[in-house]
Every structure is written in structure tokens, then in C-alpha cells.
Design a protein around this ligand. Sequence first.
Ligand SMILES: *Cc1c(COP(=O)(O)O)cnc(C)c1O
Length: 407
Amino acid sequence: MKNSFEHTLPNEEGYFGEYGGSFIPPQLETIMEEINQSYQNCRQDPNFQDELARLYKHFVGRPSPIFHAQNLSEKYGIDIYLKREDLNHTGAHKINHCLGEALLAKKMGKKKIIAETGAGQHGVALATAAALVGLECDIYMGEVDIAKEHPNVVRMHILGATVVPVSHGRKTLKEAVDAAFEAYLQDPVTQLYAIGSVVGPHPFPMMVRDFQSIIGNEAKVQFEEMTGKQPDNLVACVGGGSNAMGLFTAFLNDENVAIHGVEPAGRGLDVEGEHAATLTLGEPGVMHGFKSYMLKDKEGEPQEVYSVASGLDYPSVGPQHSYLKDLGRVQYGTVDDKEAIDAFFELSRLEGIIPAIESSHAVAYVFKLAKQGLKGSVLINLSGRGDKDIDFVVNNYGQDYGITSTL
Ligand SMILES: *Cc1c(COP(=O)(O)O)cnc(C)c1O
């Protein structure tokens, strides 16, 4: 399926209502405008869209199916459907925007595409796209994460990317963002910084959303074919918010479709630093080049955040989500670590699908809504598969779920 790139928001300055925009150092302003112009051209260029559609189909394996989870539906008394982004090449939705960004970089004549990564998912997806399109790729990663996420580091090496270790501060995602940004400032001409979600300065929130909106465009047609109707509810987890915007965008004007975003409550909402529930507990502010809800500490700096799902622990959120929250079009709720892990096992054992811990948050939220009396059908965006999480889950939670030996 060819994607639709027709959207009314953001405005020309990149604002969704009062959120978004571009708060960047003066020396980046020209280059960011160039990226914006190039993207606007690509967006209207049938060749660009055809090339992306070809890759989605033959490289990623799109369209991803919708699966009616009948065992779960029976148990919870609502009709549960899964949009299977977990079946994509590289195991999650991230490949959708990485291919788009890599094609854009190529069109702009860039030599290299760079990014930071936390758990390594964005790094692997970008390294994959770079290999395919023929670009150099530098991935900045904290030394702590490099040690923790060894298989993804190996994948990036095999794919020909350079993994740049970041050794200052807490040596995790935040420092990796700083280091990648620093490297980008040194040379914004031959490199493109490929942002990994619907965040950052304009045009990235718009661009990443457009690339991801293939999810909802497919789902709308598929769901209608399967059931003759539109889903009553959509549910997706929200880290930066790209898989959620990907599913939601096609349905935003459908008044009868209720939409839910799910943030991580981590170890609990009452302790600062133990969750990443940005829209639930944050307030508007500016960080990483854009205005949105964010979690601030007493000094007004970004809070430490935590979730059992490393793809969800970000102290801000895509600006369009902030706008949709204020508008009341999307309801945002939370799921904690334990609820997510419960859902991880429940989906695995009732349907034979091992989900990413990130996606497990969306699944857990549906169980919660069902217990509160939600009726009708629910389409969950199953953003990724759980292969990356199995050792962590079994080592930390296995005993609680009857796994006493993994030898
Ligand atoms: C990275 C990731 C997320 C979180 O990112 P969003 O931009 O919020 O979608 C969610 N699920 C999976 C599987 C991921 O890899």
C-alpha cells in the first residue's frame, strides 16, 4: 500500500497548537530549513513514495497483518485485535521511519546518517536502513548500554555501522543524545541526524509521523475488511510516541473511534525518577529542540526517568501528543512494570506471541480497561517482538511465572 502524506498539522513553523516548533542553536537553522525543504519535496514526489512503498512491501514485509486474539477476547469479554508490527523486518515499527530517513539522507546527498540509541533498537533499525541504502552510519551509545545490550551491538557491527561508545556521566541514553548532537554540530553538512521518534525540532515530529502513519492507513482498510466496521478503540504505548502516532493518525477524524495512549508508570507514579509518565504528570516546557509536556526536576532540568521497557523511558513526548491531550482527542493512561510483565506472559501463553516489553504496556492497558467495563472492539498496536527482552524477563521475573530453570 502506498502511504498517504496528506495532513493538516503542524503549521509551517512546526507547531501543533502551542507545541513543537524548533528551538535550536543559530548555526543549525539553515540546515534544518534545508532538511524541511527536502522533506517537503520528497513528500510530494511520487518516485520517493513509490520507492518507500516498494521497500515497505518487499524489504519490511508490509502490510503487517491484523490478528484477532480470540483467546484473550474470550477471557476479557471484549474483541481484541493486534496490529502485528512485531512481524516487521528487524522486529518493530522503527524500520518504517528509519527507511524514510535513510532515503531522505540519500536524496539530500548526505554521506552518513547518525543517531543515538539506548537499548539498541533504533540503532539496529537505522544501521539496517543505512546498509540497504548505501550510507555510512555512526551510532552513539552509552558504555553501560553497550555492556547491557550486547546482541544489538553485535548486530550493528555486522551491518557495518560504527558504534561510538559514550563514557561520560551515567553512560546511558541521555549522554548518548548529547554526544550524537555534539557530533552533528561538528558537521551538519555531510551527516543527517536521524531522530528515532516523533520528537526533536521541526520537521522531525511531522516527518517521523508521516513515515509511521502507514500503520494506521493499513489498519483502517484491514479492520474494515475483517469486521465490516471501524474499531471502537485504539491503544498504543507511548515513549516518544512514534508507533502511537503511526496507528492514530488515520483515525483522528473518526469521532466514533476512542483513542488511548499508554505511558510507563515504572515502579510507581508517586516517586520522581521511578516512572516516565510525561503526559500524566509533566508540564509544558522545552527540551531537545521542541516544546512539549516534559518531566522536570526542581531545577527545571529533565528528570531522571525509568521504565522496565527501555524504549519508553523518555522525559518528554512528541508534541502532537501534547496537543491531542489538551484537545481531549486522545486519553492517556499508565501501566506499571508489574502489569506490563503480567501482560507479556499472558499474551505469550494465551496467543503464542511474545511481545516487546514496550508493547506489553499497551496490552496490559487493554486488560485494565476491560476490567473497568470497556465494551466493543480494541485494536492494539503491537509495536515490536520480545526477542530482545527474553533473557532480561526470565532472569528478573521468571520465577514468578513458574520458570525455575533456563539451563
Ligand atoms: C522504541 C520502541 C517503542 C517506543 O517508541 P515510540 O516512539 O513511542 O513508538 C515502543 N515499542 C517498541 C517495540 C520500540 O522498539
